[in-house]
Write a protein that binds this ligand. Structure first.
Ligand code: 7RM
Length: 635
């Protein structure tokens, strides 16, 4: 991707300006230069945010798997495409070359066809991080079936809701999964879910843990024998650029999850372009993103983006804590990882542990470090920068969403100077703006407001599956003619963006707008604090007051709580001002988190407001058990 491949800040500004002045020429040139199309487009972009309707590369035909696999066979057939690292470090890593990937995807695609799946059908994939997960995703794309990956940590109820919402015809799962020292009975969860899903006709089961499972006659099939018998070639289905590629669910403010629908052509172009620029991937690099393919990060930056660039992408089955807290760094050393992409929640957890887990390993292969998923606090940023990057690898703080399909605001390593907690500048083609509550765009710097995007980009979700109305209401009605992200952001004097968190995380205390993130940053600076979350609760005089949940490091656990409380408030006073002092501080051993590592402030807010008996469904949390404990410890 030579064209528009950015190497310094000046180039960034040149490319950015072109992308805004002539978006169609800009994306048209990238799409033409770097991808294989079976038929060119008639029009690069057609859009109307009032409907909302967006079409990229109208009329073009392609198959994304040809771009991710087949075209590399001339030059990279024996290069590792996917490098599978198992949960158990004693089990051998499994490299899958582009040639092997081609064969396995084709065989899998043929099995899908044989079981009655065709273009447009929805296939639910509920698999652990094993090669079959990436392969089944690509097999769906090969034949034009729409994949709906559900993270294999979700419960039977959550799985059933998603299967029914998209009327999936098929389920792909495994007997079970490994997670550290534990095994999980995935097939049992699927069986329970399918009791309430009449749409699913067949279940394909990969063997992973060799457990003894129930197989329903005429419905369930072991995958391997079917694959072994399948043809090793499968002609790729010709897809329209705007045909849906996948559905991926994201939780909303109401109970029903939103099935975000992503397109084929635009998604391919944008995920590949951003991968190349943000990770500065070079031909023999080994890239590792620790996310699960069950999340958008895994879709765009484990599977599609890297493979479209002919990269080597690592797929890790395990957890950061098994067999010990050194696992990530052991893998970095073992595979000589060059680009490493993870989440702030993982960094904070790792930073809590003894540094010896890091120091044991040679991390000198690292060139670029990435973070995604939530605001990274300053302390975690420095820990990452100092101990992992040795102050030598730029950190890309990448802001984006399931809805955006790809990274939107991020430094470009070696081009954009980084500042802790700033996602910095919009990528080419991305036109962010800040709005005040009255709906006026905030010109000039600095500014703080609601983050919107005023122009379409290729990988934006096109709709919510089965509910275009909700798509419009959620994203396109708050601000006229703009996509509303739901996040707040600050733009500093130089135009750098800092994401301040979900807008619903803004708390107005005595008329002052306070973002939770900077307060949490201040709390986390205290040497005894490991992690914290701040929410608001109603207060007679201030309107709202602040409630802090604080997890202490081991070293802080014996300390006098009242002393700690006043030290924490002292820090907040110094960093932000007395207005941001916490009214209540509760020390706790954990925080409720979503499975992708986001703190569920909604739950903490209810507990702080004394509405803890009315929490709604918390079964999709990573750690639902913590909720009862927090309720008991309320101050
Ligand atoms: C990729 C992903 C989206 C929400 C988003 C933000 C938050 C993500 C950052 C971030 C601050 C970041 N998709 N978020 N990245 N906040 N800095 N670098 O996470 O759909 O699961 O979540 O995550 O609030 O709106 S997601």
């Amino acid at each position: 991707m030579s064209q528009y491949h950015i190497k310094n800040l000046e180039e960034y500004f040149q490319v950015y300006r072109k992308s805004v002045r002539e978006p169609e020429a800009f994306w048209g040139e990238i799409a033409e230069e770097h991808f294989q199309w079976k038929k060119p487009w008639e029009k690069v972009l057609d859009w109307d945010f009032t409907k909302p309707e967006v079409q990229w590369f109208q009329g073009a035909k392609l198959n994304i798997t040809e771009n991710c696999i087949d075209r590399h066979l001339h030059t990279r057939a024996d290069k590792t495409a996917i490098l599978f690292e198992p949960n158990n470090p004693d089990e051998a890593a499994q490299p899958i070359t582009y040639r092997q990937l081609h064969e396995r995807v084709c065989q899998f695609a043929n099995v899908l066809k044989e079981k009655g799946i065709s273009k447009g059908d929805r296939v639910c994939i509920y698999l652990p991080m094993i090669p079959e997960l990436a392969i089944s995703v690509l097999a769906c794309a090969r034949i034009g079936a729409i994949h709906s990956v559900v993270f294999a940590g979700f419960s039977a109820t959550a799985l059933a809701t998603r299967v029914n919402d998209a009327s999936c015809k098929m389920m792909i799962t495994s007997d079970g999964s490994y997670r550290g020292a534990k095994t999980i009975d995935l097939k049992g969860i699927v069986d329970e879910a399918l009791e309430s899903c009449s749409c699913v006709e067949n279940v394909l089961v990969a063997k992973r843990i060799n457990s003894d499972i129930y197989m329903k006659k005429g419905r369930d099939y072991w995958l391997q024998p079917l694959l072994d018998a399948a043809h090793k070639n499968c002609t790729p289905e010709v897809m329209d650029a705007e045909d849906p590629l996948f559905i991926l669910y994201t939780s909303g403010s109401t109970g029903q999850p939103k099935g975000m629908v992503h397109s084929t052509g635009g998604y391919m172009v944008y995920s590949a372009y951003t991968f190349k620029n943000i990770f500065q991937y070079q031909e023999n690099d080994v890239y590792w993103c620790t996310a699960d393919i069950g999340w958008i990060t895994g879709h765009s930056y484990i599977v599609y983006g890297p493979l479209a660039n002919g990269a080597t992408t690592v797929m890790f089955e395990g957890v950061p804590t098994y067999p010990d807290w050194g696992r990530f760094w052991q893998i970095v050393e073992k595979h000589k990882i060059n680009q490493f992409y993870t989440a702030p929640t993982a960094i904070r957890a790792l930073a809590k542990e003894n540094l010896s887990h890091v120091e044991k390993y040679d991390l000198s292969s690292l060139k670029v470090l990435g973070t995604v998923g939530e605001p990274i606090n300053e302390e975690a940023w420095h820990w990452y920068n100092d101990n992992i990057g040795k102050k030598n690898s730029p950190i890309v703080d990448t802001w984006w969403q399931t809805e955006t399909g790809g990274i939107m605001i991020s430094p470009i390593p070696f081009a954009t100077p980084t500042i802790p907690t700033f996602a910095t500048l919009p990528l080419p083609g991305i036109q962010p703006c800040l709005m005040n509550e009255q709906g006026t765009e905030l010109d000039g710097n600095p500014a703080h407001g609601r983050l919107c995007i005023k122009f379409p980009w290729p990988s934006m979700a096109r709709t919510i599956w089965g509910n275009h109305r909700r798509y419009k209401d959620t994203y396109f009605t708050a601000f006229e003619n703009k996509y509303f992200t739901g996040d707040g952001a600050l733009r500093d004097q130089t135009g750098y963006y800092r994401i301040t968190g979900r807008v619903d995380d803004v708390i107005i205390v005595s008329g002052h707008n306070l973002g939770t993130a900077p307060i949490e940053d201040a709390i986390n600076e205290h040497p005894a604090v490991a992690e914290s979350a701040v929410v608001g609760f109603p207060h007679d005089i201030k309107g709202n007051a602040l409630y802090g949940y604080v997890i202490l490091k081991e070293t802080g656990e014996g300390r006098d709580h009242d002393n700690l409380r006043s030290e924490i408030n002292q820090l907040i006073t110094e960093r932000i001002g007395p207005i941001a002092k916490l009214n209540k501080i509760q020390f706790t051993s954990g925080l409720p988190k979503t499975r992708s590592g986001k703190i569920m402030r909604r739950i903490l807010r209810k507990i702080a407001c004394d509405e803890g008996d009315n929490l709604g469904d918390i079964s999709t949390l990573l750690n639902p058990e913590i909720v009862e404990q927090i309720k008991k410890e309320v101050v």
